[in-house]
Design a protein. Structure first.
Length: 122
């Protein structure tokens, strides 16, 4: 039986510290889609990292914020093997429409944002 490759975003590929978020917010460039936006920064030589954000003001209560983050994380997780192993940091920020958008629209939005951020080839 062959082992199935892991479809997880590795722990070392996640933005975690306040300093990383602050640096990305100050130096990053935004790209907006219909249901979310991505703030991205090119960082040659550093490993690619990603984070998912859903604010109370932008999305709603805890249940809604968790659902929005899960939806974004799942779409990116399925495409993580296509993301360059180094060179880009990204922070996906959910909008309220993320909660009710059809899955196909969310996928199209995130695919376009990944290309725009230079994380994957078109």
């Amino acid at each position: 039986m062959t082992a199935k490759p892991a479809e997880r975003i590795p722990a070392e590929s996640r933005l975690r510290s306040k300093a990383e978020f602050a640096q990305l917010k100050s130096r990053g460039r935004p790209a907006r889609a219909r249901h979310c936006l991505v703030v991205f920064e090119s960082c040659p030589g550093d490993p690619s990292k990603v984070a998912f954000v859903a604010s109370r003001k932008g999305v709603g209560g805890a249940v809604e914020r968790n659902r929005a983050r899960r939806r974004m994380r799942e779409v990116v997780r399925r495409r993580w093997f296509r993301v360059a192993p180094s060179g880009v940091r990204m922070m996906f920020v959910a909008f309220r429409t993320m909660l009710t958008a059809p899955h196909a629209e969310v996928v199209a939005d995130i695919d376009r944002l990944l290309i725009e951020a230079g994380a994957v080839a078109s």
